[in-house]
Design a binder for this molecule. Structure first.
Ligand SMILES: [Mg+2]
Length: 143
């Protein structure tokens, strides 16, 4: 039996830029998600395994271990291989989009990413945060 898709969902936000991290975490908490934060690849791996996130937002350019490698490692681990992972990258190149698919990212957002676009992409994969659950006027994204 599946738990309610809208209650108590935890996001892992991996982002080394403090301004971006504060903006994204603030808006994601505002709409009702629990957010844990990592500032480099080692923290990302540790929290992906310990915090049991429902979804990961992964900056590509991060210290220690980059987002490509962190995602590759998570995809090889049975405990984490099915977690949706959304790439956040400054590189909007077609090569990066193809590489993101090959490495196993679930989807891809090219920076600069507006906070509401981050929320919309998270909702597309795991549904609305608890404060938005049942709110009118929030149909699921098409496609
Ligand atoms: Mg970065």
């Amino acid at each position: 039996m599946q738990p309610s898709p809208s209650i108590g969902q935890t996001l892992l936000l991996v982002e080394d830029n403090e301004d971006n991290r504060i903006i994204y975490s603030t808006v994601l908490r505002h709409v009702g998600y629990d957010v844990v934060e990592a500032v480099d690849g080692r923290q990302a791996l540790a929290l992906a395994r310990s915090a049991n996130p429902d979804l990961i937002l992964m900056d590509i350019s991060i210290p220690e271990i980059d987002g490509w490698e962190v995602t590759r490692i998570l995809r090889e681990d049975p405990a984490t291989k099915d977690i949706p992972i959304i790439a956040l990258t400054a590189h909007a190149l077609a090569d990066d989009r193809e590489r993101a698919q090959a490495v196993g990212f679930t989807s891809y957002l090219a920076k600069p990413v507006e906070p509401r676009a981050v929320v919309a992409e998270v909702q597309r994969w795991i549904g609305a945060g608890v404060r938005q659950a049942g709110a009118a006027g929030m149909p699921p994204a098409a496609g």
